[in-house]
Design a protein around this ligand. Structure first.
Ligand SMILES: NC(=O)C1=CN([C@@H]2O[C@H](COP(=O)(O)OP(=O)(O)OC[C@H]3O[C@@H](n4cnc5c(N)ncnc54)[C@H](O)[C@@H]3O)[C@@H](O)[C@H]2O)C=CC1
Ligand SMILES: O=C([O-])CC(=O)C(=O)O
Length: 315
């Protein structure tokens, strides 16, 4: 094992998603069984005692791949030399709130974090924003770090993709692995558009396999859009383990080549593709060659999908 460790910052590390995520990173799930990591755990001052407890537990796992832990509330220290920044830390919404209601509380967090990333991170740093509203928070952080190239900023719609794949596989009565090419367009919000027209089941168009467009339009889409709300209602707290799982899936989709013909859902900085406003962070179908991601071009967008895609602004 001679690889240099990858430094991974996780903000909100004392929170619920952090608790589901960090131990999976420790086992090597994020970068593979031969890749050592150093964790940079960042949280706010009042959460430092809890963060110390998490650090103690990570230590007690005696993970062979975990070569060090930095636990801090200081952003300069926390982002020093990091290769990846997973920006989870922020306030969660409660029942009755939309994610955009968090903007006033959470938006300002991402100003300082963007600046600290630009100042301290490794030159090739990549950033995945999870804290809600994640598209807008990502845009804020990105705009506060103009020297970090725009193609290295991502926000998370992978949990929505995973939710959509599950719904489609259940309805079609097929294994989850049969469902591919699921794009979730737009914001990680109740206005997202899980695109069933371009999705596939066993390589066939979903609409050939599930010949019930009423269900697809009137049940599938709202179920995916409202799944986070449904989990909050049932659990009394937001999705945490499934969000951590989606973080791992998102990073895999970026650092591993996408299987031929498939794509994954990821929010990236729009280049104007599909008429979506240039410069905003928006959910697209994305492919990776293992080092660079690109927005999948040339998908057919019918009138119904057009209504799902437009207008896309930063709200
Ligand atoms: N994009 C997505 O698909 C999903 C996003 N989320 C979002 O992820 C965020 C975190 O969720 P949980 O871990 O469940 O929340 P949580 O409340 O359990 O933990 C949040 C953590 O963030 C910390 N924090 C607050 N302000 C911070 C700051 N300025 N810097 C660093 N840390 C800070 C808190 O002290 C706490 O430890 C929420 O905004 C939630 O809405 C959750 C699920 C899915
Ligand atoms: O709904 C929330 O507030 C948490 C979240 O983003 C999700 O579960 O998709």
């Amino acid at each position: 094992m001679s690889n240099a460790p990858i430094r991974v910052a996780v903000t909100g590390a004392a929170g619920a998603i952090g608790y589901s995520l960090l131990f999976r990173i420790g086992t090597g799930e994020l970068f593979g069984p031969n890749q050592p990591v150093i964790l940079h755990l960042i949280d706010i001052e009042p959460a430092l005692p809890a963060l110390q407890g998490v650090t103690m537990e990570l230590d007690d796992c005696a993970y062979p791949l975990l070569k060090g832990i930095v636990a801090t509330a200081n952003l300069d220290e926390g982002f020093k030399g990091v290769n990846w920044a997973l920006l989870v830390g922020s306030v969660s919404r409660k029942a009755g709130m939309e994610r955009k209601d968090l903007l006033g509380i959470n938006g300002k967090i991402f100003t300082g974090q963007g600046q600290a990333i630009q100042k301290n991170a490794a030159s090739g740093v990549r950033i995945l924003v999870v804290g809600n509203p994640c598209n807008t928070n990502c845009l804020i952080a990105m705009n506060n770090a103009p020297e970090v190239p725009r193609e290295r900023w991502y926000a998370m719609t992978r949990l929505d993709e995973n939710r959509a794949r599950l719904q489609l596989s259940r309805k079609a009565g097929v294994d989850i692995t049969a469902v591919s090419n699921v794009a979730v367009w737009g914001n990680h919000s109740a206005t997202q558009y899980p695109d069933f027209y371009n999705a596939r089941i066993n390589s066939k168009p979903v609409t050939d396999v599930i010949q019930d467009e009423t269900w697809l339009k009137n049940e599938f889409i709202p179920t995916v859009q409202q799944r986070g709300t449904a989990v909050i209602k049932a659990r009394g707290a937001g999705s945490a383990a499934s969000a951590a799982n989606a973080i791992i899936d998102s990073v895999h989709s970026i650092v591993r080549p996408t299987p031929a013909g498939d794509w994954h859902s990821l929010c990236v900085c729009s280049d104007g593709s599909y008429g979506i406003e240039k410069g905003i962070i928006c959910g697209f179908p994305v492919r990776s060659n293992g080092s660079k991601t690109e927005i999948v071009q040339g998908l057919s967008i019918n009138e119904f999908s057009k209504r799902g895609l437009m207008p896309r602004s930063m709200s």
